[in-house]
Design a protein around this ligand. Sequence first.
Ligand code: ZN
Length: 360
Amino acid sequence: MEQANPAVVAPVLSGMVGQHFAREILQSSIARGVHAYLFVGPAGTGKLASAKAFAAALVCPFGGCGNCASCRDASLGIHPDITVFERQGAAISVDEAREIAFVAQRSPNASSRQVLILTDFHLVSGAAPALLKTIEEPPPTTVFIVVADSLPASLVTIASRCVTVPFHSIGVETITEALVGEGYERSLATSVAAASFGNIDRARLLVGDLGFRERQDHWRAVPHRLDGTGASVATTVAELLTDVEEIVVLVRARQQEELLEHEAVAKSSGDRRVFGLKAIEERHKREQRRVRTDELRSGLATLAGVYLSQLAAPLVPPRRMAALEDACCAIDEAAKFLSRNPNETLLLQSLFVRLGDLSA
Ligand SMILES: [Zn+2]
């Protein structure tokens, strides 16, 4: 069997953006692996995509060539020796832990090893003890990739049995370069990267979204549209929220495609239902929620930029300067409040009433 050269990045790992350290660990693990890995880091840093790519490399006879039948099946999500577990309920249940333990004991079908990817593992809570032994001592042909956004106390013991692969938020420049490398125009790549908050998934969503620049323009126009009346506040907020809905529709369409893929996989393996359907639907809802919040946060950042650029202009009168600073503070407060799942309409309306007063 041909062994991978650790100095060269396996083609299947080449899509990992901005995670050089993680990629180095994985690259050097392809030839001489251990039985369990913990991919840990904030949402949107590409952990799951990297886990699937690494799994493809582990089952490929050529260390992740990206070309063979094994790599093709892996990229289609139908490789018999790669299993992705999605939890069914709010947390991973003891029953699910048993199922994982059962699958872990199986022998690989087509490759020399099988890979089990366990997603959302920060939500393992009560099932952690049931899984500890499985992850600690799997059969020599089973490899675990545990994926988690954070490391709660319930996960610490399991983490100590895994090689930790850390994922970090990705810098704006790194995302820009990645998008340019993928063939996008630099000015678009730069503004998309700035609006992505270090989230490569969001950047890839925005870069293919034709309405992105127009929505940014709508936020930039807000100060001119607020004339101190309630009506101007109400219509501006309503239009911005319609914009937000536009990107959620885009996300829903992608999710629908993903569901169809899952259904096709289930059909091809003779299953009547998609494994973990409830968890997938729940994840989709969370993704939609996150996209909404990110979109509003990005809009507020664009709006703050308008006031900040006025602040930076020469010879701003002191009263005007104080008003601009107040505007920036008010926007910042609203942005922070977004993480508390507020009523978006009320939040924006009360912000715009304040901004309207300031510009009056
Ligand atoms: Zn291959």
